[in-house]
Write a new protein. Structure first.
Length: 200
């Protein structure tokens, strides 16, 4: 008897997707659970069809990557918490690998769930694009604001300098000239004539 599937929210699957080696991937045990098969049976089917899983579809985690993944998902399922006594590091599947896995399992549940898995990967891509776009727009706005502030500061400095020069010039014009000084000593009539005619 085939049970009717309850619609899955992509958000429920996105919680099982992690980023490893720059790729968004889902662990074999999580994918097997979604497709309704045991992890062992799932991996046996994958092993029989390895040619269908190039490196960008599926790869095996290193011990360090597996430990990092377990700590990242410490509160979720048995894969993440390490229960179940796995003797080997898990395989992880990209979006294309998850689809390929659904085709080799060839079960109605796997085919139906694969649609939800793809939607979850797409949703993560959309979120990443939105956040990247928003971050870029914030950076642009910050640079524009800094440039405007710098121009304003330069304008303010230039304006202050120009106003200071104007005020200094006005003060000079308002200051009466010093009265001519009389020379000390005796001035001959010839010296007076020379001074009056502008000769020195």
């Amino acid at each position: 008897m085939v049970m009717a599937l309850q619609p899955l929210a992509p958000e429920a699957i996105t919680l099982r997707i992690a980023t490893v080696r720059g790729q968004r991937v889902i662990v074999d045990a999580d994918l097997a659970a979604l497709y309704g098969v045991e992890t062992k049976r799932f991996n046996e089917a994958v092993k029989r069809n390895l040619a269908k899983f190039p490196a960008d579809f599926m790869f095996t985690l290193t011990a360090e990557e597996f430990a990092a993944l377990r700590s990242q998902f410490a509160t979720s399922n048995d894969t993440a918490s390490g229960r179940g006594g796995r003797r080997y590091a898990p395989r992880v599947f990209s979006e294309h690998g998850a689809l390929m896995a659904a085709t080799i399992l060839n079960s109605p549940r796997a085919v139906e769930i694969s649609v939800y898995v793809v939607r979850a990967f797409v949703r993560l891509r959309e979120l990443a694009t939105t956040h990247t776009g928003l971050a870029q727009r914030l950076d642009e706005l910050e640079h524009k604001t800094e440039a405007l502030a710098m121009r304003h500061d330069t304008f303010s400095r230039n304006t202050r300098n120009q106003l200071r020069q104007v005020f200094d010039a006005l003060r000079e014009l308002m200051t009466p000239p010093d009265p001519p000084k009389r020379p000390i000593g005796f001035v001959t009539p010839e010296d007076k004539e020379k001074k009056a005619s502008g000769k020195t």
